[in-house]
Design a protein around this ligand. Structure first.
Ligand code: SF4
Ligand code: SF4
Length: 206
């Protein structure tokens, strides 16, 4: 019992004559150590709105809302909930859509809404059943990754066709309605509807 008390006394005396261990923030700007995980910063040009980061975010700080009528996906990132785990950065499919800053750490606010950021991306919606397929940018990213193999997908071909306006001057107002027809393979339809058309008209010879 005697020795620990002497040791504590010694430490108290030493601490009186040594500088403080803590930094003088906010009077003096704090410089984080290398590898510090700070606020996630989104690079919208390299984010395709694929939803992956929302699926791996442990506290659900990232959420998505799809408006099928307006064909808009809204991505909401609430940094008030963020635990700076880095999962969004690690699993981002483009590798550049979001990165944790090694500088931004001071994100305390009086109004929680000030810590929420939004992005919007154009959605691809099935013209037959109105299911959400993905975002236009996500499909474009997959095109670039797959190269010529992307043309094995009729959906990819149909989207590319509409992007390049190859059918310009033709009447494209007709949308799939009621029973899917064979021609609907070349509309923007989801994999489920495409499978129905394929089974019905190609394998059964309808
Ligand atoms: S760092 Fe972690 S908690 Fe924060 S947004 Fe990314 S995945 Fe979510
Ligand atoms: S995973 Fe990357 S590309 Fe996909 S939505 Fe998140 S930040 Fe954007």
């Amino acid at each position: 019992m005697k020795y620990p008390k002497l040791r504590e006394l010694k430490e108290a005396v030493i601490s009186l004559v040594t500088p403080a261990y803590t930094s003088r923030f906010p009077a003096v700007e704090h410089v984080p150590f290398p590898g510090f995980r700070g606020k996630p910063v989104v690079d919208d040009a390299n984010c395709v709105g694929c939803e992956t980061c929302a699926n791996v975010c442990p506290p659900l700080a990232i959420t998505f809302t799809d408006d099928r009528e307006k064909k808009i996906r809204t991505i909401r990132r609430d940094y008030g909930k963020c635990i700076f785990c880095g999962q969004c950065q690690e699993h981002c499919i483009t590798g550049k859509g979001v990165r944790l800053s090694d500088r931004i750490y001071d994100i305390a606010v009086f109004n929680r809404a000030d810590n929420v950021e939004y992005q919007q991306k154009e959605l691809l919606v099935c013209e037959s059943c109105r299911a959400v397929i993905t975002t236009v940018e996500h499909l474009g990213y997959m095109h670039r990754k797959l190269g010529p193999k992307a043309f094995a997908s009729i959906l990819n071909l149909s989207v590319l066709n509409s992007m390049l306006k190859l059918a310009e001057g033709q009447d494209l107002t007709a949308r799939p309605s009621g029973t899917l027809q064979r021609k609907d393979m070349f509309s923007i339809i989801c994999p489920n509807c495409l499978r129905q058309v394929t089974v019905k008209y190609l394998f059964k010879g309808g």
